[in-house]
Design a protein. Structure first.
Length: 148
């Protein structure tokens, strides 16, 4: 499935800055940099959506899977934004959907990223149910039901 096929509404947008060394010999943004930008978007999303729950020493979320589709090259000088939303929440995991777009080109899609994150108990380091406080906080931020 093409990960751009979701009907996700993105309430979170982060403008990001690229660096000189982010570009390859062809003048395109290197494919590994897209995942770095997605990580910046992910961190800012949780800081914004769940500021009272986002505590680096206490957050039990780990990345289990990341998929990226590259749609158009990002070129030096193009502004880039990262759009982020929680797509759905399961028992012990949730799906995070992201788009990297160029706002100067009518949000031209550069890359789409889909990440499966698993909640873990920070003491045992084993998967655990997503806490109700996280579910309700993210549902409030997204203004919709996220549970499977």
């Amino acid at each position: 499935m093409d990960i751009t096929e979701t009907n996700t509404i993105f309430r979170h947008r982060l403008s990001v800055q690229t660096r000189f060394n982010d570009y390859d010999i062809l003048g395109h943004l290197n494919n590994t940099v897209y995942l770095e930008l997605a990580d910046l978007g992910k961190t800012d999303y949780f800081t914004t959506a769940a500021p009272k729950l986002w505590n680096a020493g206490n957050v039990g979320m780990v990345v289990a899977n990341v998929n990226a589709d590259f749609h158009a090259p990002a070129l030096p000088g193009e502004p880039l934004d990262v759009l982020t939303a929680v797509e759905s929440i399961g028992n012990k995991s949730f799906i995070l959907s992201q788009r990297i777009v160029c706002p100067a080109k009518n949000d031209q899609l550069k890359c789409s990223v889909r990440t499966i994150m698993v909640h873990i108990d920070v003491r045992s380091m084993h998967p655990a149910p997503v806490p109700e406080c996280w579910i309700s906080t993210l549902e409030d931020y997204e203004s919709r039901r996220l549970r499977d």
